[in-house]
Design a protein. Structure first.
Length: 114
């Protein structure tokens, strides 16, 4: 944890490799100081078939899931920094967004907690 999952139109990856984009999201998330770098997980899902406003327009959307406890301001800054980085990397993609969801500590479990 945290998890950053980027959905995007597949053809945007012609300008940057998947590995590079994953690394850039990691670097921005790590630079915030909100997370232990060894806990940051980034995944990328390119889509060949999609619709944006009933049109075939390129898109990027990052879904972040983080443990509860960060302030609204911290989460807003994290979103802004990642969206800004992606806008710099993909200046021709008009549809770039991100949202953050909190994990509930009481119901979270991973293997090390067993």
């Amino acid at each position: 944890m945290p998890h950053f999952v980027m959905d995007c139109s597949a053809n945007i990856l012609e300008s940057h490799s998947e590995e590079f984009v994953v690394e850039q999201i990691f670097l921005v998330a790590n630079a915030t100081g909100l997370f232990d770098e060894h806990d940051i997980k980034v995944r990328l899902n390119p889509f060949k078939k999609y619709s944006v406003g009933n049109k075939r327009e390129d898109f990027i959307h990052v879904f972040a899931s983080i443990m509860q406890g960060r302030t609204t301001e911290q989460k807003a800054l994290l979103s802004k920094q990642i969206v800004s980085k992606l806008a710099d990397l993909f200046p021709n993609v008009r549809n770039i967004a991100m949202n953050i969801s909190d994990f509930d500590k009481a119901s979270y479990c991973n293997r090390t907690m067993l």
